[in-house]
Write a protein that binds this ligand. Structure first.
Ligand SMILES: NC(=O)c1ccc[n+]([C@@H]2O[C@H](COP(=O)([O-])OP(=O)(O)OC[C@H]3O[C@@H](n4cnc5c(N)ncnc54)[C@H](O)[C@@H]3O)[C@@H](O)[C@H]2O)c1
Ligand SMILES: C[N+](C)(C)CC=O
Length: 488
């Protein structure tokens, strides 16, 4: 596999000659050395994408042909799914089972947008003027900058790459500097599928240098960013220079509401999965549990019992249920929230520290952690810890559950557990968030839009809305009987 950047159809090293060492968060062993690009490399990639958009054939290629190439990428991902999944596990620490599931979702995303590429032929609208025809068409936006995080490296990239290509754009993608390997590999597959040179470019390096340039550049027409709220703010500010289109997929602190009439065992089981899956490093993690008073104590007891059994370990080991956190810095951040929670008066009832097992000492592991007696006003309830840390609050009425759940700057996702479907519908319609699950947690798929209300972001990925983000809307008006106006 190449360990380079891909600019204008060439695999290249950084102009500066700098490289970055990529490590496995399970044991801190070096797994790759990749180019550390900077503004110069990012500018070359933008220039290549600009030239390919303005002078290349891609945007004029029939949508059906573009769709076939995007679908071809799906086939290549399926062919290489084992290699891709192993790279993802090495790079991110997630279990191989999770990585294989990601690869199958990713192939579906490319297949879905490959199929959608030629489905919108525009729309005739009724013109109020005589002797005229009016048509609304969607066109590619132009050059797209795409910036992705480390927690779902290739999955988040696929949500951007597939619709951008299907809609006829050119692009520069910049993966997280911590987890670039699968994005490098998929760029090889995009090349192998036959996407013309200059259309899809890959630049590696820090966000402050390469990402910032993409957000600022006046040659970029759209910036699509997935990451934290504070970085999102910088991207939005930088993007204002030329009023480029922006799409922001940001963080969340997602409420998981359990009513007393829920199926108890299922709700306990899924509450664990909601928060501890991928060590809590999921934007939509159910890190905020709201439990109705009458079942609170029993529910907490069952959760704690099962939390103690969670097996941490190497993502390549079949018995591992959760891998490490991504980095030392992130581990320290999660750890600091435990101190904050204790100081705030929450009750730490399980976890709260690094595990003691000998075989976990070289990795960035943290024990699954639960706090009870939490109040909505607490920092540990309001802020995204992005780790295996669950806060539990009580509620007594439906109205109170809704009020607590909405008391957040975020609005990404949430769930409601009850056997009363009318109640589930009432609550879901009151929740101010982009996704609400009823008696489930976590499902997402190519066909349904994903994105946040409030500070969780702007715009949507996936679904037909995810393709529309990568288009501009044009109204074409034709006078079928032109004649002088004689106004002047
Ligand atoms: N809403 C979603 O769908 C979704 C999905 C995955 C992750 N996330 C969020 O991502 C965050 C975790 O990811 P992270 O730690 O990689 O986020 P991050 O904000 O630190 O980094 C994300 C990306 O932004 C780049 N970046 C950093 N500074 C930049 C700058 N000044 N200009 C442009 N780009 C810059 C980074 O290099 C990286 O590629 C969490 O908050 C999580 O909730 C959201
Ligand atoms: C969007 N999702 C759930 C795949 C990853 C969030 O971090």
């Amino acid at each position: 596999m190449n360990k380079k950047m891909y600019i204008n159809g060439q695999w290249v090293t950084a102009t500066s000659g700098q490289t970055r060492t990529i490590i496995n968060p399970f044991n801190q062993e070096q797994i790759a050395e990749v180019p550390e690009g900077d503004e110069t490399d990012a500018q070359s990639a933008v220039d290549a994408a600009r030239n390919a958009f303005d002078h290349g054939e891609w945007r004029h290629t029939p949508a059906t042909e573009r769709g076939k190439l995007v679908s071809k990428v799906a086939e290549l991902i399926e062919r290489d799914q084992q290699e891709l999944a192993e790279l993802e596990t090495l790079d991110s620490g997630k279990t191989l089972t999770e990585s294989l599931d990601d690869m199958s979702d990713i192939a579906e995303v490319f297949r879905y947008y490959g199929g959608l590429a030629d489905k919108d032929g525009g729309e005739m609208i009724e013109s109020p003027l005589p002797d005229s025809r009016s048509k609304v068409v969607r066109e590619p936006v132009g050059v797209c900058g795409q910036i992705t995080p480390w927690n779902y490296p290739l999955l988040q990239a696929s949500w951007k790459l597939a619709p951008a290509l299907a809609a006829g754009n050119t692009l520069v993608i910049k993966p997280s500097e911590i987890t670039p390997l699968t994005t490098i590999k998929v760029t090889e597959l995009i090349e192998e599928a036959g996407v013309p040179k200059g259309v899809a470019n890959l630049v590696l390096g820090s966000g402050a240098k390469t990402g910032q340039l993409l957000a600022e550049s006046h040659s970029v027409d759209l910036i699509s960013f997935t990451g934290g709220v504070e970085t999102g703010r910088k991207v939005m500010t930088a993007a204002s220079g030329n009023f480029k289109k922006i799409a922001l997929e940001l963080g969340g602190k997602n409420p998981n509401i359990v009513f007393a009439d829920a199926d108890f065992e299922t709700a306990v089981d899924q509450a664990l999965n909601a928060v501890f899956f991928h060590a809590g490093q999921v934007c939509s993690a159910g890190a905020r549990l709201l439990v109705q008073d009458s079942i609170h104590d029993e529910f907490v007891e069952a959760l704690v019992e099962r939390t103690k059994q969670i097996k941490l370990g190497n993502g390549f080991d079949d018995s591992t249920q959760s891998g490490p956190l991504i980095s030392k810095e992130h581990l320290e951040k999660v750890e600091s929230y435990v101190d904050i929670g204790v100081k705030e008066g929450a009750n730490l009832i399980v976890g709260g520290k690094r595990p003691e097992a000998e075989e976990l000492q070289s990795g960035f592991f943290f024990e699954p952690t639960i706090f009870t007696n939490c109040e909505t006003s607490m920092q540990i309830v309001q802020e995204e810890t992005f780790g295996p840390l669950l806060t539990i609050e009580r509620f007594s009425t439906e109205q109170q559950a809704v009020q607590l759940a909405n008391d957040s700057k975020y609005g990404l996702a949430g769930a409601v557990w009850t056997t009363d479907i009318r109640k589930a519908e009432r609550v879901s319609s009151e929740l101010r968030m982009g996704t609400v699950w009823i008696n489930d947690f976590h499902p997402y798929f190519a066909q349904a839009p994903w994105g946040g209300y409030k500070s969780s972001g702007i715009g949507r990925e996936l679904g037909k809305q995810g393709l529309e983000e990568y288009t501009e809307v044009k109204h074409v008006f034709e006078n079928t009987n032109p004649a002088p106006l004689n106004w002047f």
